[in-house]
Design a protein around this ligand. Structure first.
Ligand SMILES: [Zn+2]
Ligand SMILES: [Zn+2]
Length: 320
């Protein structure tokens, strides 16, 4: 499925089968999960995508061809391809273990063709081996929703009382890890979203309520997954001294930030985050909730995502 320009639907096209160059794997795609970022690209909210572009950066497939000078994978191996597709390895960020901020980074399904297709090529250095406990469809959402959620979660350090604002896919996955690590989860949904609050409690949240409510206890940290800046001062007021969290921010009184509360953000992922998360996920075990679509139904999946009508992560099942 090809994205040709902003504001248009993806179109089904026959494109030449890609070839694996030096350092690359040719991968037959079995499944590719749909991410909110895909919507941002389609809507033109991320600047200068490769065009035409094949979207998709939570790809699970099998290695079908291996380029020269490519280590780590054998023919037929199952492979996971994430958002971070390439870095230069020598800018100031790469040299300080922050490859997620690389000045020249390339991202799968944005600057590089991704997984809404039967085949894709990927730089083997950024690909993951996936735990056997997951089938292809269930593994796909781990590659962005899970990994990005994990990076956010890790930034909360040893916070015991953890607030989560916006209980979507990433929150759903990471709440399971937090529970496993004996954290207390306080889940905040849209005011009045009883179904969301119920689902958070069924995942082990000790409390759930609307984002307009205050939790019964002060929180040590909060993660904001909802793209709603107004939640920042609200979450700060729910924090005990010190806590951390993230998102876009409107102006708010300094007193909300006072006493060493801090705000941070999360961008992309390092390979280390991904490897850590894939190690811990089957131990928890993190269960993904998916709704599957065929490759040809990619537009439907995107529209349902946009409308908030999905029951779990949308995953395109390309072949099995
Ligand atoms: Zn994503
Ligand atoms: Zn770099």
């Amino acid at each position: 499925m090809v994205f040709e320009k902003t504001g248009t639907r993806l179109v089904l096209r026959d494109v030449p089968k890609p070839k694996s160059g030096s350092g690359q794997l040719l991968v037959r795609v079995n499944a590719c999960a749909v991410c909110r970022t895909d919507l941002h690209i389609v809507d033109g909210e991320l600047p200068d995508p490769k065009l035409p572009l094949i979207l998709g950066h939570q790809i699970v497939g099998r290695v079908e061809q291996i380029g020269a000078n490519t280590g780590g994978f054998s023919m037929g191996d199952r492979v996971g391809i994430p958002w971070l597709g390439w870095t230069d390895g020598d800018c100031a960020y790469c040299r300080s273990n922050r490859e997620n901020l690389c000045d020249r980074a390339k991202f799968t399904g944005y600057n590089i063709d991704g997984g809404y297709a039967e085949f894709t090529v990927a730089d083997a250095r950024y690909c993951f081996h996936l735990p056997d406990e997951y089938n292809d469809v269930d593994a796909a959402p781990l590659l962005c929703a899970g990994m990005l959620g994990y990076r956010s979660y890790r930034k909360t350090g040893d916070a015991r009382r953890l607030g989560i604002y916006g209980f979507g896919n990433a929150a759903h996955l990471i709440a399971q890890v937090a529970r496993y690590q004996k954290k207390e989860i306080y889940a905040f949904t849209r005011p009045g979203d009883k179904v969301g609050q119920e689902s958070a409690r069924s995942l082990g949240a000790v409390w759930s309520g609307g984002s307009d409510e205050m939790p019964p206890e002060k929180l040590d940290a909060a993660i904001i997954f909802a793209p709603v800046g107004a939640l920042v001062p609200i979450a700060l007021r729910a924090l005990a001294k010190g806590g951390i969290h993230m998102s876009d921010i409107p102006s708010f009184p300094y007193v909300d930030l006072w006493q060493e509360r801090a705000i941070t953000s999360v961008a992309n992922l390092t390979r280390r985050d991904g490897e850590e998360f894939l190690k811990i996920a089957p131990r928890v075990p993190v269960k993904t909730k998916v709704e599957t679509f065929s490759l040809e139904e990619a537009n439907t999946a995107l529209e349902k995502f946009r409308a908030g009508k999905l029951d779990g992560n949308a995953v395109l099942k390309v072949s099995s």
